[in-house]
Design a protein around this ligand. Structure first.
Ligand code: UDP
Length: 649
């Protein structure tokens, strides 16, 4: 069964662009910079074997371990499932190559044990971390050091800066005045830029500050210096509005907001609307700050009463408590929709999708064991709660193949059903694993024994299929899940910025940014390498009508909406981010987030011509919907865009 759908994709080699990226970032090299790998097959085998070796913790049956390796290998080789980049970079790194070159038939239990026992600090496999800081100099600089260790191996880090007392507060020990959270963000930023030069990839950080912290205006303005230059380039910033509905009410009543901090005598009273307007104005200018609704994150987090989440990772998809970590993996639904009726609760293909999800969940659960954590505290938290983040990529390409316009009611129903199916089967898998391996150690203290459902779900009425998924989900959480759960959180949708390129698919749940582009990749030597691309599904759809002139015009424009010779039915389906009205981006996020216990990475793209009022309307709508946060981007508002159509170069 498992082989049927994977087989077709196992035969397909990654594209030229994917190979270029693999060569630059992912193929292992020795100390002198010589390649130790040259094919995707070798990479797939290395990851599968390293992660399967964790199964020595549960069994001494060699056949069972090999079976796990074989399933992991097939998932990865077919690129139907890819783990986050740190797993691809760091699995098997610095280990004896011979152990990874052996055929699976020749591999022994001792080999798996050797792999497991020879793990070192180089084998850090997770993408997402949150580390705490306290309002003291030594705690802040401990956090800088901890963050440096994480970023060195390719992980992203989030922090809640709200705990730091505001600028100008007294410091008992020195009689001086505190320089405030923003000044410390610059220390973290400098550390990140230094680490990046020797590290695996761009160091990324998220800074969170509560909306009622006295320095909130400085925070909102923190990404520009006095001269208007961009600063804090290694940070995304998000204002935490714990209770979005209450804040919306405050805005409607033009209410006052008191800014204060428990460690300071500073108190300021402002109009809530002034805060909102400043956030909106800056977001209009540069995309920052985003909003984060941590109260809602905690509402759907099974351990919030004991270890509330305090921040997210840099791209916002993974809320975590202090010292939390999460490893992510993504299933490429664009490949699967060719042969499977995804999202349909009555489909014959259900068991195959369930099997893929089961092995993906088992893989991510094994990563928790095979991971080497940068800090003892992170290891403890990660093993007590066992966060994993299984998500999807390729949604936009899947919609092209299904001929559903991203900005349509039909597409939103598909998105909801697909995410509900993913959530249902991955939670079922986590329960199955718990029966074999035990619950996550904090399970009894969590909300699960009380029939807790870790996401809001959509209203039953919207569609019969959604009703059916909701029913299955309720039964699961009120039944078996009250006794068995291996992972406190299971589903996250990552941006898949790099791995979607390795999979030759569209990223995460985003629409395609452009149908054709030249993407510039800066290689290790610092040279800009152009990678040109035209969406293959569009190419196929247009077929023999794709003349050289038409191709040139698509490359020139990036979108097909203003090309007269393309029929309207095709234009309707092949929409790009900028062709889609912002409210449809928001609604897509809403339906998808309704079935995620963690969160998703989603940018609400807005046209260049959008006004500050347009941005405000989106910010206000986001406070109303069941979202966990908001990130917008107005076209052209940042000087450097990674992607560019030929006309924008
Ligand atoms: N991340 C990072 N640096 C990067 C890209 C990503 O630290 O340059 C981290 C960050 O926590 C982000 C997460 O990895 O939220 C997932 O990002 P993405 O899915 O784009 O990573 P990929 O696995 O595709 O490389």
């Amino acid at each position: 069964m498992f082989m049927r759908v994977l087989n077709k994709w196992i035969q397909k080699e990654p594209s030229k662009n994917a190979i270029t990226i693999l060569k630059d970032r992912y193929f292992l090299k020795d100390g002198e910079g010589n390649y130790l790998e040259s094919t995707w097959d070798e990479v797939s085998k290395r990851i599968a074997r390293h992660v399967a070796a964790a199964e020595v913790n549960y069994t001494s049956d060699i056949e069972e371990i090999k079976n796990a390796e074989e399933h992991f290998y097939q998932l990865i080789k077919s690129r139907i499932f890819l783990p986050n980049s740190p797993t691809i970079f760091n699995a098997g790194k610095t280990m004896d190559r011979q152990l990874f070159k052996k055929d699976i038939e020749e591999t022994t239990l001792e080999d798996y044990k050797t792999i497991f026992d020879s793990r070192t600090k180089h084998n850090m496999l997770s993408a997402c971390f949150v580390i705490p800081m306290d309002d003291s100099m030594s705690a802040i600089f401990d956090a800088v050091k901890n963050a440096a260790l994480i970023m060195k191996y390719g992980g992203g880090v989030g922090y809640d800066f709200s705990v730091l007392r505001p600028k100008g507060s007294s410091i008992a020990g020195t009689g001086g005045k505190s320089s405030g959270p923003i000044s410390f963000m610059h220390v973290f930023n400098t550390a990140a830029s230094t680490i990046e030069q020797g590290g695996a990839r761009r160091a990324a950080q998220m800074a969170v500050l509560r909306y009622d912290h006295p320095d909130v205006f400085d925070f909102i303005n923190s990404k520009k210096d006095n001269k208007g230059n961009n600063v804090l380039n290694y940070f995304n910033i998000s204002v935490n509005i714990d209770n979005p509905k209450e804040f919306k009410k405050m805005l409607e009543e033009n209410g006052d907001l008191t800014l204060e901090h428990p460690a300071s005598s500073i108190r300021k009273t402002i109009k809530a609307n002034d805060l909102m307007n400043k956030m909106v104005e800056n977001a209009w200018k540069t995309g920052d700050p985003g909003m984060l609704f941590l109260g809602r994150h905690n509402q759907y987090y099974a351990m919030s009463e004991h270890t509330p989440v305090t921040a997210t990772n840099p791209c916002g998809e993974e809320p975590l408590p202090p010292f939390g970590s999460c490893n992510l993996g993504s299933i490429d639904v664009a490949k699967l929709v060719e042969d499977m009726d995804l999202g349909n609760p009555n489909s014959d293909d259900i068991s195959e999708f369930q099997e893929i999800i089961y092995w993906a969940v088992r893989f991510l659960d094994d990563v928790i064991e095979s991971n080497i954590y940068p800090l003892k505290e992170i290891e403890e938290m990660s093993k007590k709660q066992r966060f994993i983040g299984l998500g999807i990529m390729g949604l936009a390409d899947a919609l092209y193949k299904k001929e559903l316009p991203y900005n349509s009611e039909q597409a939103r129903k598909f998105m909801a059903k697909l995410t509900a199916e993913l959530a249902y089967f991955s939670h079922v898998a986590s329960t199955e694993l718990a029966k074999e391996r035990g619950n996550f150690p904090d399970f009894q203290r969590s909300k699960y024994p009380h029939g807790f459902i870790p996401f809001p779900m959509l209203d039953d009425e919207i569609d019969e299929d959604i009703k059916a998924w909701n029913e299955k989900i309720r039964q699961h959480f009120q039944g078996e899940a009250t006794k068995y759960k291996r992972n406190v959180q299971t589903n996250t949708i990552a941006p898949t910025g790099s791995i979607s390129n390795l999979a030759d698919t569209s990223s995460g749940i985003e629409p395609n940014f452009l149908l054709s582009y030249v993407r510039y990749m800066t290689n290790k030597e610092g040279d800009r390498v152009p990678l040109s691309y035209i969406n293959p599904i569009l190419m196929e759809k247009i077929g023999t009508n794709m003349t050289e002139e038409l191709k040139a015009e698509i490359i020139e424009k990036g979108s097909i909406q203003n090309i007269d010779s393309i029929p309207n039915e095709i234009k309707k389906i092949f929409v790009t981010s900028m062709d889609i009205p912002p409210k449809d981006h928001l609604l897509a996020q809403h339906v998808i987030q309704s079935y995620l216990d963690a969160s998703c990475s989603k940018t609400i793209n807005m046209p260049k011509s959008s006004t500050i009022e347009d941005v405000k309307a989106i910010y206000l709508q986001a406070l109303e919907l069941n979202l966990k946060g908001l990130t917008i981007y107005r076209d052209g508002s940042l000087e450097t865009q990674v992607l560019t159509s030929a006309s924008k170069e």
